[in-house]
Design a protein around this ligand. Sequence first.
Ligand code: FE2
Length: 215
Amino acid sequence: MIFAEHAIKKELPVEEDLINDGASTDKFEGYAEPHSERIADLADRLAIQFNFAVRDRLMLKRAAYFHDFGELTMNRAYISSASELTEAERLDLFRHPVIGEQQASKRDLPRAVQLLVRWHHEWWNGSGYPDKLISKQIPLAARILRIADTYCALTSGRPFRAAFSPREADAYVAESAGIEFDPAVALALLDIPERIPSVVADTAETALDEGPGEE
Ligand SMILES: [Fe+2]
């Protein structure tokens, strides 16, 4: 089963420049491990569960690497700061999906990728941004990208906060089903074995033992 999944994944190479963009964004955001690569892998495993066509899986993987490129473009110091965001900074940050969409357009990435970048912060209950789409107005691929992004972010430490333990991350997903996440996608994620790579999980448990960092 595992070998079959890896065999499927090898059919989906993503362009090297997108992988490099993802790595640059990870570094800017303060992630120690390959955050965008984790998101791309987890999103693709979900896409396989939902029987995506190969073309749609590829669009989702590309968007996973490029989803926060708008933050890199904006290049604001507050993004990797330990301080809590001010209201003005929070509103400014809300622009990054649209700026990412514009950058994807400039790069001639397919419109499907552009829209996934635009909608990666839309919430199932309609309280996300930038368009406040609700439930199935949000394409399934964008709902998958939302949960993969959040799950990988929660389970990764950043300079200003410790990572959630696997148990805490799973609890967050369960509690947020129907709010931030499509309940069906949340259930599918919790069904994926080794949804946190063991090396990342070990780091999270160690960080937890050492106590939470500053939020
Ligand atoms: Fe984002």
